[in-house]
Design a protein around this ligand. Structure first.
Ligand SMILES: [Fe+2]
Ligand SMILES: [Fe+2]
Length: 191
């Protein structure tokens, strides 16, 4: 079965009701989708994977279950190994090799999408005009979005063989079109 984005959304929303988790899924989807386009990869599969990477977090909120106990559910629902393996590989504690472009991109976008989203939330214009430089600065403030693992953000950019600024710029650009869905203001609001 070749999974569609719509089907992944249907699975996700069957297991997830938290608005924060749904917004996280949408943010990671947008970033991963942008990289799929950039690299000429299968955007539909990549988007479905990103949407589902934390699909079981609400039912498995601890690392002894997430995401490993979610994987059999995805297999049962007919999702292909390529998607399920990538979902498993985003978890640091499982220490799986990130040996495909999809695995690398998913890992690289997971924490950074959340961090850029957090940066947008504290700005009157949201993501509009948000420069990599100021995201970088905020990464160095441990108290800002303290739950985001900085080491994973840096490792992600390295994995993609991009500078941190390039990776940040790509993620900011990917999230801008869905700013409203992420609950962010835009430059229009401040006019
Ligand atoms: Fe996760
Ligand atoms: Fe995540």
């Amino acid at each position: 079965m070749r999974p569609s984005r719509e089907q992944a959304w249907e699975t996700l929303t069957r297991y997830t009701t938290s608005e924060a988790l749904l917004r996280h899924a949408l943010a990671v989807e947008a970033s991963v989708g942008a990289y799929a386009r950039l690299y000429g990869e299968d955007e539909e599969l990549w988007r479905a994977t990103a949407l589902l990477h934390d699909f079981d977090y609400e039912i498995h909120p601890t690392l002894d279950k997430h995401p490993q106990d979610g994987a059999p559910i995805l297999r049962e629902e007919g999702y292909p190994d390529e998607l399920v393996d990538a979902v498993l590989s985003h978890a640091e504690h499982l220490a799986m090799p990130r040996d495909t472009p999809l695995k690398k991109v998913l890992f690289a976008c997971d924490e950074l999408s959340g961090f850029v989203h957090a940066c947008g939330l504290v700005r009157p214009t949201g993501l509009d005009g948000l420069e990599p430089k100021s995201v970088n600065k905020k990464l160095k403030q441990p108290s800002f979005a303290a739950g985001v693992h900085r080491d994973e953000v840096y490792a992600g950019a390295e994995l993609l063989e991009l500078t941190l600024d390039e990776h940040i710029a790509n993620v900011v650009a990917a999230l801008q079109p869905i700013a409203r869905e992420l609950g962010l203001r835009t430059a229009e609001d401040s006019n």
